[in-house]
Design a protein around this ligand. Sequence first.
Ligand SMILES: Cc1cc2nc3c(=O)[nH]c(=O)nc-3n(C[C@H](O)[C@H](O)[C@H](O)COP(=O)(O)OP(=O)(O)OC[C@H]3O[C@@H](n4cnc5c(N)ncnc54)[C@H](O)[C@@H]3O)c2cc1C
Length: 450
Amino acid sequence: VRLLVVGGDAAGMSAASAARRRTDPDDVEIVAFERGVHTSYSACGLPYFVAGAIDDVDELIARSPAEHRANGIEMHTHHEVVAIDVQAGAVTVRDLDAARERREAFDHLVIATGAAPVRPALPGVDAEGVYGIQSIADGIALRERLDASKPARAVVVGAGYIGLEMAEAMHQRGIDVTVIDSGPQPMSTLDPDMGALVADAMRGLGITLHTDTRAQAFERDERGHVRAIVTERETLPCDVVVLGIGVRPNVELARDAGIEIGVTGGIATTSTMATSAERVWAAGDCVQTHHRVSGRAAFVALGTHANKQGRVAGINATGGAATFRGVVGTAVTKICAYEIGRTGLTEREATEAGLDFVSATIESTTRARYFPDAQPITVKVVAERTSGRLLGGQIIGREGAAKRIDVLATALWAGLDVEEIVEVDLGYAPPFSPVWDPTLIAARRVAVLV
Ligand SMILES: Cc1cc2nc3c(=O)[nH]c(=O)nc-3n(C[C@H](O)[C@H](O)[C@H](O)COP(=O)(O)OP(=O)(O)OC[C@H]3O[C@@H](n4cnc5c(N)ncnc54)[C@H](O)[C@@H]3O)c2cc1C
C-alpha cells in the first residue's frame, strides 16, 4: 500500500506520523511532498521569533525532514504537487531543484496544503517591506529586516489575532506601531463590548489603533520600498507593513481534481476527514469542518485542528477508525499583558444561527482578590434563553485569564447548560483563583436570566 501526503506541516505530517505509528514500513509506504524546505514547523511561534523572544528559528521546527526520514517517512522537500488524477490514483509532482515533473501513484492520498494569507489587490501591495506572515521564510525575512534596518514605524493591517500578535512583536522591539482594521473593533471574533476592552488595552499600551479604516494603497519611495499606507482618511507614514487580514484555504489542487469544495471555501470533509473522492482524505487549514454549536459548516484555520485532523486522516487512510467531531470555535491569544480567549458563539453569531439568547458579563480576578498579583479578568457568557444551554464565552484579562476559556470550551463540548456549569468541581486555592472561579461566576450570573 502506498500513502502519499501533500504538504509537510502540521496536518500533513500528523497524518504521515499517525499512519507510520500504526503500520509496518514493509506493508505501507508513506511518501510526503513539501514544496518548501521546512517540515513540521510552528507558524504559531513566528510572532515570538519576530519579537526576539525566541532567538533560534530551529526551535520552531518540531521535526526536520531528516527526522521524518529516520522515522520511516519518505520525505521530499522542494517538491510541489501540481495535479491530482483521482481516477488513475496518481499525482504529478514537480521537483523544484531539478525543474522536472514525474508521476507518483497512490493507494491513498492526504491533502494538507494549508492556507495562504490574503494579499489585497491594492496599488503598491508588492512594495518591499510589505509582509504576510505564514511560513518560516516569511518570519525570517521580517525579522532580518527589523534587525538590519531598525524601522521606526510599522503599520499592521488587520486586528485579528495574527495582527495583534505581530503588533505585540514589533511594539516589544520598540517600534512605533499602528494597527488599522476595516471593522469597528479589533478582534471581530468577539462581541463589540469585549472588543472595546481589547481596543482600550491596545491604546493603553501605546499602540495606535484606527478602526473603520481601510487600506487603499501602499506608497513606495524611490527604492521601491514602502513608505506609507493610504487610507480613506489619511496617509500613515511607515517603514514596514505586516498584513494580517486572514487566510484563504489552498484548494486549487483539490478543485482541479474535481474534489468537492464546501460553502466556506474549504475542501468538504466528513468526520473521518474523507473528501468526496474515494481514497482521498484532507486535513488542516485547507478543509471545511463542522461547528458543533451552530450546527453549520465552518472554516477555522488553526494549528490545533490541523494536528487532530491530520492524525484522524492518517489513521483512516491506513485502515483504522478515527473521527474528528468538529470544533466549538475556541481560540486564545494575547497582546503584551492582555490575554484574550473565546469559544462558541458570540451574540452576533447566535443571532445569525437563529438562536434566542441571554448573556452576562462579570469582572473578577485571576487569583483571590487579596492575593499578590491578582489580575483583573472579564468573562462574558452567552446561553440559550429557553434551555440555558451554554452557547459561548469570551474572556479578557491579564496573566491567567485566557486559558480559563478551556473550562467553557469543555462545557460546550459536553453540551452542559449554565446551571450545570455552576456545579462543576474546579480547583480552588488563593494563588490560582477566587473561591468561585470567574467562569463559574459568569455562568451563575447568566443562569438567573434563563
Ligand atoms: C503567525 C501565525 C500564528 C499562528 N498562531 C496560532 C496559534 O497560536 N494557535 C493555533 O492553533 N494556530 C495558529 N496559527 C495557525 C497554524 O499555524 C495553522 O493552522 C497550521 O499551520 C495549519 O497547518 P496545515 O498543515 O494545515 O497548513 P500549513 O501550515 O499551511 O502547511 C501546509 C504546507 O503545505 C505545503 N504545500 C501547499 N501546497 C503544496 C503543494 N501543492 N505541494 C507541496 N506542498 C504544498 C506548504 O508549503 C505548507 O508547508 C498561526 C498561524 C500563523 C501564520
